[in-house]
Design a protein around this ligand. Structure first.
Ligand code: ARG
Length: 578
């Protein structure tokens, strides 16, 4: 037995009525929550389009549909508004019944999909910095949401562990190790290490020659160079895994599928594409002309897959990765969370991949780009001295600032309690600030705004959760799964119930569009609806009838559970005290 969302119940009833009045079966009533209370609780917006197709007056058609539809158990009122909207004012008993059934039934009828998600993918030649933050946390949220909805998620961390910089880095590493230092110590500060190597590369020609030689030796599989490279990679990966852990990001070692893992496939791939005529020779290089992506003058976009010196590129590896995801991982959807500046690269990879048959037409390929994190000066976020902000430092600072905030807010807490809470609040604030903005736009990074206890912020939601916890503490009742019969008597209860019921609809939308801000916006509205309810509807007062007490406590528990799960899907932890 499946639980149907309110949206789908109305869609089903209205669709049946639409077919009943002679409309084609594929016409959709297009039901969604109303944006304003005077438009009811839900709205059907599909009649206008249906009327256009049928060549009928939309208001008349709406009248006919309503006459044919049986909605008496669902609504107090279904009224036609404007050019042909149907506003649905839901019955309180229907909402209460939905909320009770929500517990006992499964929520999804969909066939699970295999969703491959490419996210984070830092370059290992540098320490993880703010430039990696958005891909990492947006991708992680979407992965969690798909898993929650029952899809099979395959995380792919396409780390950049190969390329010419590594010649310089292993030459530097060798220099230190031959003078007796351990790799661990030398690589303790990756950023410094990288800078030293770069300085030496630019100023010492013998070192630069050595570095270039090492690139070639590395590529031809030289054992000595590979060992040095492996040393470097191992330390760098461990550093990144620590960052993921601190950020509460679900990426683990087994999700790493780095660029180098495709090396052994590139030669075969390029010769296969050449044989089939997809890739052609051009000034000694192998290229693919993509007519699908041509410029204003009709010239095809050119994608190089092998340089004239025989070297392979970022694009070549991405083609191999695409084929792996489609054919070996058997993806239905492949999602890429990569900076908007790589839009052309992704377009080329997708276009070439289709052209070459590396991926079949049924598989959807989706680049979900995102904008840049800006500083208060409107330029990309930097340290005060203009350097890149390391994630390590960003995390430390967020925890410190959150600790100050918590200490002021609640003076009864011990230092170690403050630290535990501050970790959750600090990390939550950074992540929430990012996830709550529309992914595709740039946004300004602002400590005070993200740590504010008012408004659409992480701390506000975490605080709302602590309020609910304290209600249960005072009631001396266990919150999790507290469940009793729900009675909906007033508008505050009704609004809160509706919000709770909309959780799954929102998650479906988030998964469909890969937009985490929809979930944030929803949680904020839920918490706000709860605050209104809490103000208007007494729970623990002795004058409250026992059924009302139980019903209201049930609403508290369901709200708490939804905030808990919603934040978890954003990769944010809750706390019972704050
Ligand atoms: N390493 C790349 C970068 O830092 C991101 C990798 C994204 N994934 C991909 N399949 N290209 O820009």
């Amino acid at each position: 037995d499946f639980f149907m969302s309110i949206k789908s119940i109305f869609e089903q009833r209205l669709s049946t009525a639409m077919v009943g009045v002679g409309l084609p079966t594929e016409t959709s009533p297009s039901v969604r929550p109303s944006v304003r209370p005077e438009f009811g609780d839900y709205q059907a917006n599909g009649v206008m389009r249906a009327a256009k197709v049928a060549g009928e007056n939309p208001r008349n058609l709406a009248k006919k549909i309503l006459a044919a539809a049986d909605l008496s158990d669902l609504v107090d009122l279904a009224e036609i508004a404007g050019p042909g909207f149907i506003n649905l004012h839901l019955k309180k008993v229907f909402i209460a019944k939905q909320l009770s059934e929500n517990d006992s039934k499964r929520t999804s009828t969909r066939v699970p999909k295999t969703v491959v998600i490419d996210y984070s993918g830092p370059n290992l030649a540098k320490e993880m910095h703010v430039g990696h933050l958005r891909s990492t946390i947006i991708g992680d949220c979407i992965a969690r949401v798909h898993e929650h909805l029952g899809n099979k998620v395959v995380r792919q961390n396409h780390m950049g562990d190969w390329g010419t910089q590594f010649g310089m880095l292993i030459a530097e590493l060798e220099y230190h190790m031959t003078s007796g230092e351990t790799a661990e110590l030398v690589l303790n500060d990756l950023e410094k290490f990288y800078q030293r190597a770069k300085t030496r590369f630019d100023s010492e020609s013998a070192f630069a020659d050595q570095a270039r030689k090492y690139v070639v030796r590395l590529q031809s599989g030289d054992q000595h160079c590979l060992r040095l490279w492996q040393h470097f990679i191992d330390v760098s990966i461990q550093h990144n895994l620590n960052i993921y852990h601190r950020l509460n990001v679900s990426l683990k070692k087994e999700h790493i599928k780095a660029e180098s893992s495709y090396n052994h496939q590139l030669e075969e791939l390029v010769s296969r594409l050449s044989r089939s005529g997809i890739a052609v020779d051009d000034q000694g290089a192998k290229v693919i002309f993509l007519h699908e992506i041509s410029d204003r003058n009709g010239r095809a976009s050119v994608m190089i897959i092998r340089k004239s010196d025989g070297g392979y590129l970022y694009a070549t590896t991405d083609l191999a990765a695409l084929e792996h995801r489609a054919k070996i991982l058997k993806a239905n959807r492949i999602l890429y969370f990569i900076d908007a500046r790589q839009a052309l690269h992704m377009k080329q990879v997708f276009s070439a991949g289709r052209l070459a048959g590396l991926v079949s037409d049924e598989v959807t390929l989706e680049h979900h780009p995102f904008g840049t994190m800006m500083g208060n000066d409107g330029k990309p976020f930097k340290t005060r001295t203009g350097g890149t902000v390391k994630l390590e430092n960003l995390i430390d600072e967020s925890i410190q600032r959150a600790a100050d905030l918590v200490a002021i807010k609640n003076s009864t807490l011990h230092d170690n309690e403050i630290l535990e809470i501050a970790k959750k609040v600090g990390i939550g604030a950074i992540k929430y600030a990012d996830l709550s903005k529309h992914r595709s736009t740039d946004y300004v990074f602002n400590w005070d705004a993200m740590l504010s206890l008012n408004g659409n912020t992480g701390p506000y939601l975490q605080y709302a959760y602590t309020r609910i916890c304290s209600i249960f503490k005072r009631a001396k009742v266990e919150m999790t799964q507290y469940s009793s019969k729900v009675i909906v008597n007033n508008d505050e209860e009704k609004k809160l119930c509706l919000k709770i019921l909309q959780f799954n609809e929102v998650l479906e939308q988030v998964a469909e569009d890969s937009l985490p801000h929809l979930l944030c916006g929803y949680l904020y509205e839920l918490a706000s609806a709860f605050m209104c309810f809490y103000e208007k509807c007494p729970i623990l007062k002795s004058t409250v009838a026992v059924e009302t007490y139980q019903s209201r406590l049930t609403l508290c528990s369901k709200t708490g559970e939804t905030i808990f799960t919603g934040l978890k899907l954003l990769g944010i932890e809750v706390t019972e005290k704050m």
